[in-house]
Design a protein around this ligand. Structure first.
Ligand code: ZN
Ligand code: ZN
Length: 296
């Protein structure tokens, strides 16, 4: 099963990183963002902030750290989106080799950062996405082992919350059935089952109601849309007609006033406006009634 991963090109990056090909099949290394003790603060923000964060992380890693690309192979945001970094089976720069610790982090393991700061806890969508991601990696031959960055380098990363989850096995849970992304054919199946089912009573005044008494939801949606457009166009035409009418009336009033000195044009116009607004109110009621039983 493959996880839905947002590819590098979606961030405007070259499809392939400037990093050697290697075999990252010994397990997954979990990271977070403890930078300056604050982190990205993405939880509770809109997802576009995560995209900006991922782009900025690559910039910082290249400009400040002098790395060839973003350091991580992958990242998961608090909304549960999985972002490609260097990608699968690429040399990484996320774990500085340290004597006395586990070795070959950058070349033999897959690094995955949770886009969280020191005081932030992983979100449910993030944990679900990690389970799907891990299953994907295992499908590509990666071992089921999960480590924390601190197993390779002297660092607090991935923070105490995530590291506890690494140690107690709660990050190693298999994804639940409903966490699985749908394959294309599953999606089509569900669409057809829901939108293509002949179950809704046809509108009473539909021209084919006798021969076709039940409609598919997708037919109903199309019909409703066609009616909404039709009503909108009618309203536009109505407004134009009323403007033309008003212009004609104004001209008429002027002619009458010019002819008849005694004629009180101001009073006449006021009375006329009253009549028109009353007529308009009736018109609105009329349209509402019509909308309830549209006939194709
Ligand atoms: Zn780290
Ligand atoms: Zn996000």
């Amino acid at each position: 099963m493959s996880a839905p991963i947002v590819r590098r090109t979606a961030f405007g990056w070259p499809a392939v990183p400037n990093a050697g090909i290697t075999q990252t099949n010994l397990g997954i290394i979990v990271h977070y963002d403890g930078g300056k003790g604050m982190g990205p603060g993405l939880t509770g923000k809109t997802h576009s902030h995560c995209v900006d964060y991922w782009k900025n992380t690559r910039k910082t890693h290249m400009l400040s750290n002098g790395w060839n690309d973003i350091g991580y192979a992958f990242g998961i945001c608090p909304h549960g989106e999985i972002f490609e970094g260097r990608g699968f089976n690429r040399q990484q720069a996320a774990e500085e080799p340290t004597p006395g610790k586990l070795q070959n982090g950058n070349s033999r393991y897959v690094s995955c950062t949770f886009m969280l700061g020191v005081s932030e806890k992983p979100t449910t969508p993030q944990l679900k996405a990690f389970a799907v991601f891990r299953k994907d990696m295992m499908g590509r031959g990666v071992s089921s082992l999960i480590h924390g960055h601190r197993d390779f380098t002297s660092t607090d990363c991935p923070g105490d919350t995530l590291y506890t989850m690494v140690r107690n096995g709660s990050l190693a849970k298999a994804p639940q059935e409903d966490d699985m992304p749908l394959s294309g054919s599953d999606g089509d199946f569900i669409y057809n089952a829901v939108w293509g089912k002949d179950k809704i009573a046809a509108p009473a005044q539909a021209s084919d109601v006798k021969t076709n008494p039940t409609w598919q939801p997708q037919s109903y949606l199309k019909d409703t849309n066609a009616w909404a457009r039709k009503i909108y166009n009618q309203n536009v035409q109505l407004a134009a007609a009323m403007t033309a009418q008003q212009t004609t009336i104004n001209a008429l009033v002027k002619v009458v006033a010019d002819q008849t000195k005694a004629f009180d044009s101001t009073q006449f116009l006021l009375k006329l406006r009253e009549e028109m607004s009353e007529a308009l109110q009736n018109l609105n009621v009329h349209i509402d009634v019509d909308e309830e039983s549209p006939t194709p």
